[in-house]
Design a protein around this ligand. Sequence first.
Ligand SMILES: NC(=O)c1ccc[n+]([C@@H]2O[C@H](COP(=O)([O-])OP(=O)(O)OC[C@H]3O[C@@H](n4cnc5c(N)ncnc54)[C@H](O)[C@@H]3O)[C@@H](O)[C@H]2O)c1
Length: 371
Amino acid sequence: MAQIKVGVIGCGVISEIYLKNCQMFGMDVVACADIDVERARSRAAQFGIARACSVEELLADPEIEIVINLTIPNAHADIARQALLAGKHVHSEKPLALNTEEGKALVELANSRGLRIGAAPDTFLGSHLQTARKVIDDGWIGRPIAATAFMMSHGPERWHPNPDFFYQPGGGPMFDMGPYYLTALVHLLGPVRQLAGIAQTTFAERVITGANRFGERIPVSTPTHVTGLLQFEQGAVGTIVTSFDVWHSELPRIEIYGTEGTLAVPDPNYFGGVLRVRRQGAEQWTEVAPLFGFSENRRGLAVADMADAIKTGRPHRANGELALHVLEMMEGIHVSSASGRHYEMTTRCERPLPWPVGFDEEGVRLSFFHR
Ligand SMILES: NC(=O)c1ccc[n+]([C@@H]2O[C@H](COP(=O)([O-])OP(=O)(O)OC[C@H]3O[C@@H](n4cnc5c(N)ncnc54)[C@H](O)[C@@H]3O)[C@@H](O)[C@H]2O)c1
């Protein structure tokens, strides 16, 4: 069967790993575009992609069926909308949009046109989070009653060449890193019914210490220390803290507490890592061997899954409903902080389908692209 043809819009830092992985999985990336055409040319040359072009040209190409949207957060919704209006399926980097209203409009547009929409992160498809899901679903920690998630850092201005967007609306630690943690929690525990948040903007500006713009000051227009409390439909209570203000911390990344034990889940910003379980009465933690592939950086895996889902007519895993629910959680935490009141969620989603046990990179190459 002919491969689904893919176009990439946004050829910055993250496009490199996407292109590498898309090619590794056997996807046919035929064009890439950027507002800065030089960047598109450079990525096209690096990966042997036939065409580097403008966004308009890419969207006008009738061959391209899926657009991968790797632009900066405040361009995500606009590019996704344009792609859908051009009749293309779209997978965006996170967040899906800057607010729930915009996100809902995108999901509705996609549904009304029979097109797929999806968004990062796809790290929940990695070996650690898929194995964690199986451990929970098979009852090893009993009924989950609570979860904690902590992302403590001092921001990306030490390493990112253009860190401005991290400190604008759509950035900040919750919109930038929250998607990894919240998507992981929804994947493990299901949707959230109600939440509350308190957020603060600690520093009015940040100083870039990365090499190319060393010493430059950038203004901060979004909260940089954001805490949230989550009531899952299933009954568990979650606590999340995301920060760009903390120099050092020894807090874990994610822990799930059940009636019969605790599961310690490694960093959801990555695909792999050591998963540990400790059941009631156990003297120590036990490492759980991964039951799936995808322990290396496999960003772009969700696009491969979407391509297969289109061909076979099944739901794709990193889907619009999931991304929209996570987007509303992030916005809701900020809304609750500003209003001083709890926030009732208006969206919900199903837990995404887990992989079949043992599924790995070879499975993607064989079953997704060579049916
Ligand atoms: N850098 C990372 O490690 C990383 C990791 C995971 C996710 N992400 C996400 O990926 C996205 C991109 O991040 P990045 O680090 O690659 O940023 P970047 O600034 O390096 O690249 C973004 C690219 O998009 C282009 N662009 C911006 N607006 C555009 C528009 N309207 N039309 C066409 N092109 C446009 C820019 O010219 C730039 O080349 C963000 O949403 C970010 O959260 C980044």
